[in-house]
Design a protein around this ligand. Structure first.
Ligand code: NAD
Length: 489
């Protein structure tokens, strides 16, 4: 990899106790669309995590004693400040992650703003329980209190979006936090730190340590003064977190991988289904945990679906993420691109048909992007259910299309993977969509749509896709400790 000579390297610093502090060693961070190193990220370890946890612990008594309304006002102020700099955040997210500027502008950063506004509002509306036992002269009620220092670990695919989805509820509830974003996408978290003081977030309430999972992440997971960990990332890393946190019996929220099916019945409205399923397969380069990667199409419409799906997919251009006509940006890293390409090769070796994209169509890139990590959206057909392409999370712009005959059969096949995060069902038969939705082993089921979210409702996965849920009530419950109090009069 070559260095970007024209511009100075961006050097990030940890944010501890309201101040930026340099680190003794750094990791190179790449611009995925050029292949250049453009940023240096602190390579934090035990020492930095220790300092951050101490700051968070010290800030806890005061922050947790503020009223929900005071905390809410601060969250709203922070939302306004991020929104004010939306364009700068979007540019930074696109450059750091490889995603299109269009996507960062319309999805990532607006959602980060909304996360703060949403929890600023929802924290004001929780009601605790109360029961009476008149015969015994007793009344019971529950009270909820923040837990303490929350450890927050987030992935590289939706960097600020997913980090703020944790920071917002954690601090709204009165906890203080130590956050560790992905070492591959740390820039927008660092930019947000610059706004915390201005928003009125007291020093020590939000601390951010940058670095790798193995060093900084594990130090956080193993720290005895961090009683809860909210993690979004891969199932493999989650297993390690469960293991490492076990001696401390920590409270864990785990949002993990997916292998999400789309089920298309022969009465589906294809004019809606096809463009939405192309989007659900390839949005953000297919690097969303909710992306569709197995499309089951009922036999009667299979060949028509396939033909129209490929035509629609070919409309998605890959290339320079800042180009407004581009829909598919760069993948996160060279290694990840190789991994995704290898899945396509394996499918071919097993006798599947690659209908468009990788290895079939040629990708023309502008001169500045020749070394970027690009690949065309790829559609594979005639893949066996037991193939690794149908079982493992690829997390790239690759989707598999297969045929099915009956409702019973497709439910079994859709459930036949270790994951259970999200599914889509396409049919105009109301009875059928309810039946199928109930039987799918999936934390989220979208019918005749995709990625329509009400943040009030639970988000999370079954089976290897996670433990716990996040959302207005769920995050409130996760980030608070409940107590039952009984009064006899
Ligand atoms: P990852 O598991 O490699 O890393 C996620 C985070 O964990 C990073 O910050 C990383 O540094 C840290 N980490 C790694 N090893 C660690 C360890 N031993 N201890 C503590 N922290 C550690 O995942 P990724 O590659 O960054 O992200 C992609 C994965 O995330 C995919 O599997 C995707 O499905 C999943 N994801 C899930 C959701 C969801 O809400 N369910 C959302 C987005 C992404």
């Amino acid at each position: 990899p070559t260095m970007a000579h024209s511009e100075a390297l961006l050097v990030l610093e940890n944010f501890i106790d309201g101040k930026f502090v340099p680190c003794s060693s750094y990791i190179d961070s790449y611009n995925p669309s050029t292949g250049d190193v453009y940023c240096r990220v602190p390579d934090s370890g035990k020492e930095e995590v220790e300092a951050a946890v101490k700051a968070a612990k010290d800030a806890f008594p005061l922050w947790s004693s503020r009223s929900p309304l005071e905390r809410s006002q601060i969250l709203n102020k922070l939302a306004d400040l991020i929104e004010h700099d939306l364009e700068a955040f979007a540019q930074a997210e696109s450059k750091d992650q490889g995603k299109t500027l269009k996507f960062a502008r319309t999805v990532d950063i607006p959602r980060a703003v909304h996360n703060f506004r949403f929890f600023a509002s929802s924290i004001l509306h929780h009601v605790t329980e109360c029961t009476e036992m008149p015969a015994l002269g007793c009344v019971h009620y529950t009270s909820r209190a923040p837990v303490g220092v929350a450890g927050l670990i987030s992935p590289w695919n939706l960097p600020l979006y997913l980090l703020t989805w944790k920071i917002a509820p954690a601090i709204a509830c009165g906890n203080t936090v130590v956050a560790k974003p992905s070492e591959m996408t740390s820039v927008t978290a660092w930019m947000m730190c610059k706004l915390l003081g201005k928003a009125g977030v007291p020093p020590g309430v939000v601390n951010v340590v940058f670095g790798t999972g193995a060093k900084a992440g594990e130090a956080l997971v193993c720290h005895p003064d961090v009683p809860l960990i909210s993690f979004t990332g891969s199932t493999l890393t989650a297993q390690r977190i469960v293991e490492k946190s076990a001696p401390h019996c920590k409270r864990l929220s785990l949002e993990l991988g997916g292998k999400n099916p789309a089920i298309v019945f022969d009465d589906a409205d294809l004019s809606q289904c096809i463009p939405t399923t192309v989007r659900s397969s390839f949005a953000n380069q297919g690097e969303i945990c909710l992306c569709t990667s197995r499309i089951f199409v009922q036999r009667g419409i299979y060949s028509e679906f396939l033909k129209r799906f490929v035509v629609e997919t070919k409309k998605w251009n890959a290339g320079n993420p800042s180009d407004p006509t581009v829909d598919v940006g760069a993948l996160i890293s060279k290694e990840h691109l190789e991994k995704v390409r290898n899945y396509v090769k394996k499918a071919q070796a097993e006798g599947a048909r690659v209908l468009c994209g990788e290895g079939v169509d040629s990708l023309a890139l502008p001169p500045g992007n020749q070394k970027g990590y690009f690949m065309l959206p790829t559609v594979i057909a005639e893949v066996k259910d037991e193939s690794c392409c149908m079982q493992e999370e690829i997390f790239g712009p690759v989707t598999c299309v297969v045929a099915f005959n009956t409702e019973e059969e497709v439910i079994e096949r859709a459930n036949g993977v270790k994951y259970g995060l999200a599914a889509t069902v396409w049919s105009r038969d109301v009875g059928r969509v309810h039946r199928v939705a109930h039987r799918l082993q999936s934390g989220l089921v979208w019918t005749n749509c995709w990625l329509v979210r009400d943040l009030n409702l639970p988000f999370g996965g079954m089976k290897a896709s996670g433990i716990g849920r996040e959302g207005a009530k769920d995050s409130y419950e996760f980030f608070t400790e409940v107590k039952t109090i009984t009064i006899k009069h």
